[in-house]
Design a protein. Structure first.
Length: 143
């Protein structure tokens, strides 16, 4: 039987961070920001531009405090469109993560990589802050 090695050849695993403070209830498909800003800011940065082609391979999240009712869903986005895998559904946990099968969330160089959330109307962790990491594999072969 051939040996399988746990390596990433021709690629670089990169974490892209996003956040929101005071995670409000009743949000639908809200793009997270790369840096938290005043809520009145209308021109906040909500994604990272990919300098190489690649794929989303995982997503992880941490809340500063767990909610006890309702839920938060988190998904990675490519050019503003949420990918179906990986996604998170958080109810009473403070941490969550998910991986995606290779090739299921690919993107081209120049794509805008982001994260979006939806919170239920009964989400009660409204004092919690959320940090999300979208893990991407950038194809850097040939440079």
């Amino acid at each position: 039987m051939p040996q399988i090695e746990r390596i990433i050849s021709r690629g670089q695993l990169v974490p892209l961070t996003f956040m929101q403070d005071a995670l409000a209830a009743s949000q639908t498909d809200v793009q997270l920001l790369v840096a938290e800003v005043a809520s009145a800011a209308s021109n906040a940065v909500d994604g990272w531009v990919a300098p190489f082609a690649g794929e989303v391979v995982a997503i992880s999240a941490r809340l500063s405090a767990a909610g006890s009712a309702g839920s938060v869903t988190v998904g990675a986005t490519v050019d503003g469109t949420e990918k179906t895998d990986p996604t998170l559904s958080i109810t009473t946990a403070q941490v969550a993560y998910d991986t995606a099968p290779r090739g299921s969330a690919q993107f081209a160089a120049g794509s805008l990589i982001g994260a979006e959330i939806t919170t239920s109307s009964d989400w009660n962790g409204t004092t919690a802050d959320l940090a999300v990491v979208v893990w991407v594999l950038l194809y850097v072969d040939g440079i």
